[in-house]
Design a protein. Sequence first.
Length: 325
Amino acid sequence: MEFLTLDRDSFDYGVAQPIAPLVRRVIAENPSKFTYFGTGTYIVGHGDVAVIDPGPRLDSHRNALAAALAGETVRAILVTHCHADHSPLAEWLAAETGAPTVAFGPHGDDAWDIGNDSDVAAYDVEDEAEDVAPVDSEVKVEEATDRSFAPDIVVRTGDEAVAGSGWTMVAVHTPGHTSNHTCFALDDGERRTLFTGDHVMGWSTTVVSPPDGDMTAYLESLRLVQGRGDDVGIPTHGPPIGDLAGYVGDLIEHRLDRERQVLDAVRSGLDAIPDIVGRLYAAYPRRLHRPAARSVLSHLVKLVDDGQVTTADPNPRLTSRYHPT
Ligand SMILES: [Zn+2]
């Protein structure tokens, strides 16, 4: 499928840039293979504003947000999910402004132990660091989880998260990337904008890593977004997505293609994740095989749930053996 790109010359780090009549974006300087050019923090409204995903604990980003919000009244701090590039600055911003944090809930409890990546000895990832360009030692890759975050206000699908002058934002729970992931739908009376967080990203597919990441839930959440009829999607990483329903349709097809490939591999006798990864990702650099193993596991969890694959382990793990039913 075709992904969308953001022109590096089209923005400056730390500058509040209008990208829609009610929406300004401040990009944090935390580029990496998980964050693209960095985290996009969104400021919605004028005068009375909401902030979506304050971002990573990074001095330059904190200063940029303080400057961008000077003279504004922050009414709510919305958090899509608790990865380290999204939620950590919420604590500072809430203390600074007195605004409540609003989210589905804290990060979920891991439902079972999938084993360690290092148990899967086939992956040589010594060159993994090449892809990551942290600008601050506190900046971790996206998988780093902010377990300290707990919202002041808990929202479910359909709940109003915040309202401003002539606009409202409503929560849309979209589990899959994480179990607590929530999109926020902005309605200004003229058009409907969905802030998609990491659920739908313009530049890349979304990491779905068990046990908190769930491929069955992810596909259901994609179908939910596909059917909503929003005019535009705005992801945390990357440019706005114009034809959101069409784009999400491509994402669904892409995932179902991969699921078929995983099932075909198991049916052909490959029973271990490293072997399946070796076949499906043969054209990719070896350093991508470790995250690919998590992705293959996410498909195997779904195939086990769907009754098409079995494993002797009580729950699918990175080191389990898989067989067709
Ligand atoms: Zn994330």
